[in-house]
Ligand binder design. Sequence first.
Ligand SMILES: *[C@@H]1O[C@H](CO)[C@@H](O)[C@H](O)[C@H]1NC(C)=O
Ligand SMILES: *[C@@H]1O[C@H](CO)[C@@H](O)[C@H](O)[C@H]1NC(C)=O
Ligand SMILES: *[C@@H]1O[C@H](CO)[C@@H](O)[C@H](O)[C@H]1NC(C)=O
Ligand SMILES: *[C@@H]1O[C@H](CO)[C@@H](O)[C@H](O)[C@H]1NC(C)=O
Length: 352
Amino acid sequence: MRKKFVTFVLVAFVILCVWALWSTNKEVQNPYVPKISYHQFLKSNILSPSEHFCKKSPFFTIIVTSYVGHVELRSAHRRAMPTDILKSMNATRIFLLAKIPPTEKHLTQQAIENEHSIYNDLLQGSFIENYRNLTLKHLMGLKWVSNKCTPIYIVKVDDDIVFNLANTYKLLLSLGIQQNLLMGYMLNNTVPRRQKQNKWYVSEVEFTGSMYPSYLLGWYYITTSTVAKKISDEAIYHQFFWIDDIFITGILRKIVGIELKQVPKEFWLEYYELLECCITDMIKKSIQCPYTVGPNGGRVNLIIEFNKIIEQCNQWRNCSTKAIKPLKDTCIVGKERRIFSDGQGAVQLIKS
Ligand SMILES: *[C@@H]1O[C@H](CO)[C@@H](O)[C@H](O)[C@H]1NC(C)=O
Ligand SMILES: *[C@@H]1O[C@H](CO)[C@@H](O)[C@H](O)[C@H]1NC(C)=O
Ligand SMILES: *[C@@H]1O[C@H](CO)[C@@H](O)[C@H](O)[C@H]1NC(C)=O
Ligand SMILES: *[C@@H]1O[C@H](CO)[C@@H](O)[C@H](O)[C@H]1NC(C)=O
């Protein structure tokens, strides 16, 4: 009798424990994981360019992720690389936007539509602008371009970086025709931020591992329609991870089995003071700036100046190609700076 009672109590206790564990587990749901499926947003867009507009330019398409309110930055990209120059390279450009967020008081959808009616180069998604929705925006661009335009190459850039078109074109020509290319600035061995105060905090539920797969910095990378299609087709079978560069060029590209390629290091100016020095050297000392990509440091029109001066150097053929000392030794940057300090991964300290 007593034995039976003890057994009963024990069994009841175990059941209670299991129940308690199960129910608390259910309560600890992660607030950062979206509760709705985001895949639906890839099905329809608010604005898109006409399809024949990009079909006629089969070599490459530049996709520029652009915050809907960055009207001036888009204008700078258009002035730095006008449509007729793009056309001469068999290229087009599309800006990737999302819906105007409620915090934006001065911008109207009508203004965006007017911009689109003039340039016919906006692809606007049906989700709201937010850095946590960047994965959606990025996938929207890869999906649309690889289905509607099918160029050989896709060059993905952010609206606040500076890049040179002529050097990009030269690089693409040198690649020949490839199917499975994903090339940019590789970031290896980066780890998730686990401090809740960090803007880039990532919970264990969002990303379980202790290290991200190698991925490409989203500033500027090169891929193909083939890869873009593979990745955007695969994406819908997975829970979206909101850090777009890591999800798309790290996690998904690993699943579809694409290897990353490193763009030569000499391609990159990691901070904008270097870009300014490079421009100054071209103007004052006629030293050709050999770099192709850098951040604009908040200077909207730097992309225009950079492209114009490199073109002049190329046209006049009187810029010297070799500097006496490396730019990084002569350019004064002032204080300690962090490269890629957006917290998305590699953070290197640079001392000058
Ligand atoms: C552009 O593409 C067309 C059609 O494929 C081709 O005939 C033409 O040579 C290309 N032009 C350039 C500048 O690549
Ligand atoms: C992302 O877009 C969806 C759809 O418009 C919206 O409901 C959600 O609030 C956005 N995410 C953030 C973090 O703003
Ligand atoms: C990352 O690793 C690759 C080789 O796997 C290497 O070519 C590349 O330079 C590395 N990138 C960085 C930033 O260290
Ligand atoms: C290069 O040519 C341009 C235009 O002819 C001229 O203005 C500039 O001074 C020249 N630079 C050098 C270093 O000769």
